[in-house]
Every structure is written in C-alpha cells, then in structure tokens.
Design a protein around this ligand. Sequence first.
Ligand SMILES: [Zn+2]
Length: 221
Amino acid sequence: MNIIIMGPPGVGKGTQSHRIIEHHNVVHISTGDILRMAIRSGTDLGKKVKSVMDSGDLVSDDLMMELIKDRLNQEDAKKGWLLDGFPRTPKQAEAFVAMLKELNSKVDAVLVMRAPAEEIVRRLAGRITCRSCNEVMNLIGLGGNAPKYCPFCGEHEDNNRHKPALYQRADDAEETVRHRLEVFRKKTLPAAWILEEAYQLHEIDGIGRPADVAQRIESVL
Ligand SMILES: [Zn+2]
C-alpha cells in the first residue's frame, strides 16, 4: 500500500505516521530523512544536495523530485510506503503525479488530517519542553500550570543560566503556529486537491484521542 499523509503542524501526524508504518509494514519516507540519507550516501546526487544546503539555499523542486524518485526505487520501498511532508505545493503535487505515472505506480490513499486552527493553537501553545532531557509535555495535561521541575528527569532549572527547566519552544509560540497554519492552508491544502484529481483522498478528523483518530484512519485504509 502506498500512502501520502498531510496535515498542519500539531494535528498529530507524527503519532499517526508511526502507527501506520508499524501496522501496515510500509517504509516511512520523509523529506528530512531523504535529504540526510542522500548526503550520507556520498553519491553524485548527495553531493549536489550537500552543496545546496551548505550554501543555505532551499533544495529546488526538481532536485527534491529526483531524490524522491531515487528513494521510491529502492528495494525496501517496493513493499509500500508512507510519504510524509511531500508534496507541499500544487506544483510539486502535479510533478509527483506525473512521476508516479512514469514509474507505473500509484497512491492508494491520501490522508489529509485536519483540526480547527483554534484547537491546534491550544495544543501547541500548551506544549512545554524540558531544557535538560528534551521531553515534550502539555500544560493541558498538567492542569494548566508549568511544574517547577521536569517530571521526567527531575531537572529544576538550568543551573548555569538560571532559567526554568521547562520552556516553550519558539516553534510553538502562538504567532508562529498561526503563521505555519496559514502556510499549510494556502499552499499545502491546494496540493491535496491536485492529488485528489488522481487518487482517493480522505479527510481525517484530527480531534480527540490518538486511538480514536487511528480508528478513523484504519476505517478508510
Ligand atoms: Zn527533563
């Protein structure tokens, strides 16, 4: 089975992706992993990626396409894959559909996870991270107040800098979250509608317990 999973930050895509790859025995293909793997491989393609990234530029659509094609052609991807984080724009979606056609392959399901912006802001704005062990927890589950110490490693504060052990990452600040949601709505959702012209697309309600969301996903898979 070949699956694409899409969704805004904070919708629970990571949790569901892990479950899908275990449950359906498919390989997880994320753009971040592909870039890291390419660089590590030391191939011509990998060297090209390294020089682009070293210069601080973004990897072009064409290069990303080449990398994904390369990855899909590897032996372990033959049993099926879950593509995560790609395509992100309508142009990438069009190119991807054309590429799969060329490879004589297809996508069996496009999963688009959704949740209202207010719910996502509430979830992410409540996230706090431990400076010491990097464990992520949520204020919602902690009764709304940040504890004075980390419940996982016991760290009280950064002794050198006198900062509290638990802090909010810049990525999770409300303004940043709203901006990322806007980017998702304007660029990635239109990419999903392009995919829908070629493949079966399912919108998945991301609200509720992860087990409930998993059940919704299984009912369409
Ligand atoms: Zn900790």
